[in-house]
Each structure stands twice: as structure tokens, then as C-alpha cells.
Design a protein around this ligand. Structure first.
Ligand code: NIG
Ligand code: FE
Length: 388
């Protein structure tokens, strides 16, 4: 069945052939058929379809592509957040609290919690989500985390190299052997990507390189968490390896920025982390001006960023990271798609997936202009309304 969404006041297409960044069409219509976008143009020229949706002059944009989340976990760390807001600093070691809770949880509990968060995301306009493991950190718990993530998305990432779990604290090298050996073997069937947390207190550049190389041998593509808590070698490693994306990028030298630009590696910025850890925000303006592709993602996790909201990330990126509303919306849609090396999502042009969001607002600017307001009125994934 075909559907025409008509009377769209502002349609964000992200068409790369357009003159403006967002490829905006005003007084627009869009036809979806068989899960894909079949036609885009002025409403007055729209072809007939089986079903008509009147957008009432509101804005329609591509669904958000959230390229970084950690949704498979149990429990929360509200006391840790409250302590930070009272002056404590964030430390990677808090991850172990969630590892203990996740290992103790049943499959049903983990599935229900993941489903709850994916549902939250959909209500806020996210139509593609990447989900990492990383709170199991044993062969069986990493494999089951990824098997659960796979129930919700194709974009699954093996993050056995998140931190060294307590039972291996005395011998990190043995833990890296486990991650690159039996754990990778158990996880690989459920994963598309492999990731490592390259940071003081987690894994150094040599260990991250070893993990990504083993992943590549198993057919997984690499991505990295890097330069989150301080300057470090992770971003340069990502560029050297030609990774599609490197995430956090909070502390960057000029050499790091140039390396990202030259490698074409996407810098994925995660505003929820700096909001929730009271760290300085990454400088998106500097990256954009240098010609680096920027993506925005939620990093939804119970420690450093317990938000599932891409509109929130857009608002913070505009207010505190130097992005224009158009740049932030582009980074949360087309940027996320680039970070996942996907060309079927992140834009609304003929042939793309019919993943779209109808806002309760006349333009994309309102996502930053009206922070904290639930502006997503309806979401379609593959042409099917999920919020209705
Ligand atoms: O992306 N940086 C490492 N991992 C997560 C934090 C996880 C946690 O604190 O539980 C992140 O911020
Ligand atoms: Fe993360």
C-alpha cells in the first residue's frame, strides 16, 4: 500500500545534490511505497496514493540515526550521577557496577529493559540505532548481550574491550587474549562491528589495535571510543586504520583534527556524556570548519549518558557546541548514517528507506529552539507508522 504525506510545510531531504545542507523542500509531499521513498516534490505535483496523511503544514525530516548506544544492561547508576552533580568526577571504573548488575540479570529482564529504551527512542524519532555489548565482559554474557541487541537492530557492536572486569584486574593482557579469542568467537555471529574503549583506565592504543585487528580477521568492522576523558592516541589510531567513525572526540589536538579530515573518519559527538559528567563539551564548530564529518549520537547508557533523546542531543549541540540547527539536524541524521556506513537511511530521496519523522513544529529549527518539548508527533520506519 502506498502512502502520500502531503501539506508538509518543510521537508528535510538531506539530498546531497541540493544547494542547501538539508535539501529543504517547502510546501512538499512525499510518497512511500513498499517501505521506500517513491516520490518527493512539491505538494501540488504529488501523485495519488492509497492513503493520504495531511501533515498540516508541519515539518518532516529523516528519522534520526543514533549510531552509538549501550542499551543492553540492568540497573541504573542514579546515585553516581547525583554524586557527580555534587562535585565527584566521572571515572571509567563505574562501568563495573553495571557489569555486575547485568551479569546477575535474567535474559527476560535484559530484553525488557532494551525494549523499553528502544521504544523511548522511537517515540523521540530515532529510526536506526546501533547497540553495543560491553556490560557482560565474559564469553557467555557478551554473546547473550549481542544476541539480545540483534533482536532490535542489525547495527550491533561487540565491545568486550570496554573495561577489564574485576576477575582479570591483575592480568589485563590475559583479558585481551580472552576478548580476541573465545569471546570474539562467541560474539562475532551476532555483531557487525567491533569497538574498544581507548582511554586511560580502560585500554591503551596497542591493546585497542590488537582488538580491532582480531575483529577484522573475524569479519567485523572497527570503531573506537577515544579522547573522551583527556587527550590520547585513540583518534589518531582510528584515522590511521581508516575507521568509519571514532566516538567522543572531546579532547582533540590540531593533529587529531587534521588526521580525521584526511582519513575521512566521522567524528561522532555525544553531548549527553558531557552534560551528565560535567566535562567540557566537544568543539563541533572546530571539526565542521576543518572539514570533518560530524555525527551526533545519544551514547544511551546508565553511567555517562542516560538519555535516549536525539532531540536533546541536537539542542545541546546547537546551544553549547557551536553548531547551527541545520548542522545539528544533519549530523543526527545523515551524519549518523555515514558513521554506520549506511546509504539507505539518513536522507529522504527516491529509493531511500521510508524512515521519517513528523514534527509538531513548522521547521527543524524548533528541535533546538524548543528544548525539552516532545516535538515528535509521528515516526515511520520502513513506511510503517510506529507511533500513530
Ligand atoms: O560511551 N566511554 C565508555 N563507555 C560508555 C560509558 C559507560 C558507563 O559509564 O557505563 C560511554 O560513555
Ligand atoms: Fe559509549
Amino acid at each position: 500500500m502506498s502512502t502520500v504525506v502531503t501539506n508538509i510545510g518543510e521537508l528535510v531531504t538531506n539530498d546531497p545534490a541540493a544547494d542547501d545542507l538539508l535539501g529543504i523542500v517547502t510546501d512538499a509531499a512525499l510518497v512511500m511505497d513498499e517501505g521506500a521513498v517513491a516520490w518527493v516534490g512539491r505538494a501540488a505535483d504529488a501523485p495519488a496514493a492509497d492513503e493520504v496523511v495531511d501533515a498540516g503544514g508541519r515539518a518532516v525530516l529523516p528519522g534520526f540515526v543514533d549510531s552509538h548506544s549501550h542499551l543492553v544492561f540492568a540497573g541504573d547508576r542514579a546515585p553516581e550521577f547525583a554524586a557527580r552533580m555534587a562535585g565527584e568526577s566521572y571515572a571509567a571504573g563505574g562501568i563495573r557496577t553495571t557489569v555486575a548488575a547485568t551479569r546477575a540479570a535474567s535474559d527476560d529482564e535484559l530484553i525488557a529493559n532494551t525494549a523499553r529504551l528502544v521504544h523511548e527512542m522511537r517515540r523521540q524519532g530515532t529510526t536506526t540505532v546501533e547497540i553495543k555489548s560491553g556490560y557482560g565482559l565474559s564469553v557467555t554474557d557478551e554473546a547473550r548481550s549481542l544476541a539480545i541487541a540483534r533482536q532490535f537492530t542489525e547495527e550491533t557492536t561487540f565491545l568486550g574491550a570496554h573495561v577489564v572486569p574485576p576477575e582479570h584486574a591483575g592480568d589485563p593482557a590475559a583479558y585481551v587474549d580472552l576478548v580476541t579469542g573465545p569471546m570474539l568467537e562467541a560474539a562475532a555471529p551476532y555483531a557487525r562491528w567491533i569497538d574498544a574503549f581507548c582511554e586511560t583506565g580502560a585500554f591503551d592504543a596497542d591493546q585497542a589495535r590488537t582488538v580491532l585487528a582480531a575483529g577484522a580477521d573475524a569479519g567485523l568492522r572497527g570503531r573506537l571510543h577515544a579522547n573522551q576523558l583527556g587527550p590520547g592516541p585513540g583518534v589518531r589510531l582510528a584515522a590511521e586504520l581508516g575507521l568509519v567513525a571514532v566516538d567522543h572526540c572531546t579532547y582533540l589536538t590540531d593533529d587529531d583534527v587534521h588526521a580525521l579530515r584526511d582519513a575521512g573518519t566521522v567524528a561522532t559527538l555525544l553531548p549527553g556524556v558531557e552534560f551528565s559528567t560535567r566535562q567540557p563539551y566537544p568543539d563541533a564548530r572546530r571539526l565542521v570548519d576543518a572539514g570533518v564529518t560530524v555525527a551526533l549520537a545519544s551514547d544511551c547508557n546508565p553511567g555517562s549518558s542516560y538519555t535516549s533523546s536525539m532531540p536533546f542531543c541536537i539542542a545541546v549541540a546547537v546551544r553549547d557546541m557551536g553548531m547551527t540547527p541545520a548542522e545539528a539536524v544533519h549530523a543526527a541524521t545523515a551524519g549518523g548514517a555515514r558513521a554506520l556506513d549506511r546509504d539507505d537511511v539518513g536522507h529522504l530521496t527516491v529509493g531511500s528507506r521510508a524512515d521519517l519523522v513528523l514534527l509538531d513544529a513548522p521547521s527543524h529549527v524548533h528541535l533546538a529552539y524548543r528544548p525539552g518539548v516532545p516535538l515528535v508527533r509521528e515516526t515511520w520506519i520502513g513506511g510503517r507508522s510506529t507511533t500513530g
